[in-house]
Ligand binder design. Structure first.
Ligand code: GAP
Length: 512
């Protein structure tokens, strides 16, 4: 499927099969907020478990935490979010639409890239087999012109944002003659900074209420609990604290389905280390996290690192693990070497020491932190969009199949009596009852068996077990594999053992 077509299919399949719904749909929805349906909640939970087991259960020196969403407001002063968690915004006076100024400029550069792609396509057609893409990109004057222009624009944008020179961002928009996609006009307001945190209030009366924020990241709950966990758990450095939970950002450009949401879930781990060891731990966690992604089997070519050149105020190294979504390579996870910025800053704002006594070094210090931070919803989108395939079959028909990794599939096995009589449903129901203690299992007796297989294919169920007349005689069943549609005759005990192994965490995470 072409990428745009695939993305449309992802949206419609997610809704049709109960994975993701628009929030408050009966009221026409709430933009960039989504609900997970009966299938989606199971896939999301399994992905969260896959991360948690790899991080917490399999690492002796990483423990879990569940901090509250609401935190003391000074937390966000200390973290820098009150002062620096901003997006540059611009309004079009005619359409009254609001845009992220940097995104308008980046979209303009994106159009230059599309022009380059068009030139490449034209030349490939013209030169046929003799076409050398690398050479064409390096020498064609038109391509070089577009590239040079794009690079210069991005460089200037980066510099203006870094220097907080918002007037220059506006000048850039004017010079490039960028128009509002809705009104088509160039009638822009000044560019203003807009804080992404959602505010709320704590307290009964308007006068005495305290202004709070919904947390924009889960990490700060870990930092403020660093000493609680270290002391009560008698943890020695290096050690990590892992947490999963909701985060909220008032995103202005909220698009691409669950890729950029206003309410989303993060899975973060802060690894506390002695100062001076951050380089080796940064390399360690880069490698470890990439291997974890690869273990899901979505194809190693679909991941790449993007090293940050412009670093956040708290970091001395940072990169993203990008995934090839249907709309291109985009950030899936961030790995940040955060130095001692967060703990030192909380020390300063709280007036409490957040230090560790290192028995080997015989000294007290504020630990450094290595962070891994992944969005659960983005992981869901990566897995789901990669899994969704439209397949042409030998008999000329086609099927929709969701090739989810078996370990995270919402339902591991569907048990299907071939017909609704002759004692087959009773055997199938008994088998379902036995299996449900160890894995999620569905029982389905409606429609012809072929249609039931297709239904399970679309839901991502990796195995079906069919109970037929031979089962009554010799306790054997047919096991049908989602990905190949192959079928195999096994005893019930063999089928159970085979499926249990195939869906086990050990089978998937054991390769790490
Ligand atoms: N504590 C570091 C931190 O929050 P981040 O790069 O802002 O870093 C980490 O966010 C991850 O959270 C991203 O890599 C992405 O997967 C996810 N994420 C961030 N904003 C998101 C949004 N609006 N919707 C969905 N996921 C988001």
């Amino acid at each position: 499927m072409a990428n745009q077509e695939l993305f449309k299919k992802v949206l419609s399949h997610a809704k049709e099969y109960g994975f993701v719904f628009q929030s408050s749909e009966i009221y026409d929805g709430l933009s960039a907020v989504y609900d997970y349906g009966q299938q989606g909640v199971a896939l999301k939970k399994n992905l969260r478990d896959y991360w948690w087991k790899a991080m917490v259960q399999l690492n002796e020196n990483i423990v879990g935490l569940d901090a509250a969403i609401l935190m003391h407001p000074t937390t966000w002063k200390a973290s820098g979010h009150v002062d620096a968690f901003n997006d540059p915004l611009i309004d079009n006076k005619d359409s009254k639409k609001r845009y992220r100024a940097d995104v308008l400029v980046e979209d303009y550069v994106g159009k230059l890239e599309t022009k380059i792609e068009k030139e490449v396509k034209k030349a490939a057609k013209r030169f046929g087999d003799a076409f050398d893409k690398e050479q064409f990109l390096a020498t064609n004057p038109r391509v070089l012109g577009y590239k040079e222009k794009g690079d210069a624009i991005l460089k200037r944008l980066g510099k203006s944002l870094e220097n907080e020179d918002l007037a220059d961002v506006k000048s850039l928009i004017e010079e490039l003659e960028i128009v509002c996609p809705v009104s088509g006009s160039k009638n822009w307001t000044e560019v203003k900074q807009f804080n992404l945190m959602f505010g709320t209030k704590l307290g009964a009366s308007a006068e005495s209420a305290t202004e709070l924020y919904l947390r924009p990241e889960t990490a700060q709950g870990i930092f403020v609990n660093f000493l609680n966990v270290q002391k009560t758990g008698r943890m020695k450095l290096p050690f990590g604290i892992a947490q999963t939970g909701k985060a909220f950002r008032n995103e202005i450009v909220a698009r691409q389905f669950i890729f950029r949401m206003r309410e989303f879930e993060q899975m973060e781990m802060q690894f506390f280390i002695p100062p001076g060891t951050q380089k080796e731990w940064y390399a360690h966690w880069k490698e470890t996290r990439l291997k974890w992604h690869h273990s899901l089997g979505l194809g190693e070519d679909n991941y790449r690192f993007h090293d940050h050149e412009k670093l956040a105020h708290y970091a001395d190294a940072a990169c993203d693990i990008e995934f090839k979504f249907p709309f291109g390579f985009k950030e899936l996870e961030g790995i940040h070497s955060r130095t001692d910025f967060d703990l030192s800053s909380h020390e300063e704002f709280s007036g409490k020491k957040l230090q560790y006594f290192d028995p080997e070094r015989q000294e007290n210090y504020v630990p450094y932190v290595l962070e891994t931070s992944i969005g659960l919803d983005r992981l869901f989108l990566a897995v789901f969009s990669h899994a969704l395939q439209e397949e042409s079959l030998e008999d000329g028909s086609s099927r929709t199949v969701l090739r989810l990794p078996a370990v995270v599939a919402p339902t591991k096995v569907a048990v299907l009596p071939l017909v609704k009589k002759d004692g087959l449903p009773a055997i199938a129901k008994t088998l379902t009852e036995e299996l449900k203690w160890d894995m999620t299992v569905a029982y389905d007796e409606k429609d012809a068996v072929g249609r039931r297989y297709r239904r399970q294919d679309a839901l991502g169920t990796p195995f079906c077990i069919t109970v037929d007349h031979q089962t009554v005689e010799d306790q054997t069943v047919t096991i049908r594999y989602r990905d190949t549609m192959a079928q195999e005759r096994l005893t019930m005990t063999e089928a159970k053992a085979k499926i249990s192994k195939a869906v086990s965490f050990q089978n998937w995470l054991g390769q790490l």
